[in-house]
Design a protein around this ligand. Structure first.
Ligand code: G3P
Ligand code: CA
Length: 242
């Protein structure tokens, strides 16, 4: 079972920062998950929320900042790691950082709240420029975005995200052409989900796995990948289990 770091090494560095991704690579993760949004001047930045309020010392919508404005904010709000000032990274900067590694990069398109015109095409082109298309998995709760990726680039690795008990099945993945389903870990408790995916050859990658019990459940169900906040813990448990 593979381990991907949720928003980088979420537990050890400010989420979705270059430090978080570097640390995830150092910790030996097989991949990282990250979130993308678009600035006012059309730059793809790696940030989870539609606003900067929770994760930075600023306030406002990502869509209302230019890149140079948002770059001035400090995303190491809690000062939990060095350096004390961390910028929001662009997707290009993260790809540059991870290119020399073998990590898979799961790019989650945050297109469910703000409609970012053309973000799918733009992100695909960027990944292509870095020659990393075969290492990227595209996912979104907005399944139209996943479908768009697949229409623009049929060979792209894609996954449907689901959570909150919303019924998403392997059949829907097949319809969109997604090779994987990324369910919230609590949805693994519904046996029909794993059964349906197994039957159709759809991979399951689940998030966010935070306890020994959840890790064991994922293992027993033959889950392909766990997306975790604590990479070192997950590696330790899996190594011990083997
Ligand atoms: O991609 C899995 C997970 O990251 C989805 O939830 O809210 O952490 O982006 P969220
Ligand atoms: Ca995410």
């Amino acid at each position: 079972m593979k381990i991907w770091g949720h928003r980088g090494a979420y537990s050890s560095a400010p989420e979705n920062t270059l430090s978080a991704f570097q640390l995830a690579a150092q910790m030996g993760a097989d991949g990282v998950e990250l979130d993308i949004q678009l600035t006012r001047d059309g730059e793809i930045v790696v940030i989870h929320d539609e606003t900067v309020d929770r994760t930075s010392n600023g306030q406002g919508w990502v869509k209302d900042f230019t890149l140079s404005e948002i770059k001035k904010l400090n995303f190491n709000k809690r000062g939990i790691a060095e350096p004390l000032h961390m910028e929001v990274p662009t997707l290009a900067e993260v790809l540059e950082l991870l290119k020399p590694t073998s990590l898979t990069v799961n790019i989650e398109l945050k297109t469910g709240v703000v409609y970012y015109e053309g973000i799918e095409r733009q992100a695909l082109q960027l990944v292509d420029q870095y020659g990393m298309a075969d290492r990227v998995v595209w996912s979104s709760f907005n399944h139209y975005s996943v479908q768009k990726i697949k229409q623009l680039e049929p060979s792209a690795g894609t996954a449907l995200l689901c959570g909150g008990g919303i019924l998403v099945t392997g059949e829907q993945c097949e319809k969109v052409g997604a090779e994987a389903l990324h369910p919230h870990v609590k949805m693994l408790r519904y046996p029909a989900l794993a059964e349906d995916c197994r039957k159709r050859g759809i991979l399951i990658r689940t998030w966010t796995v935070n306890s020994d019990e959840e890790l064991e459940l994922a293992m027993n169900l033959g889950v392909d990948t766990v997306i975790v906040n604590r990479i070192d813990w997950a590696k330790g448990v899996l190594a011990h289990g083997n």
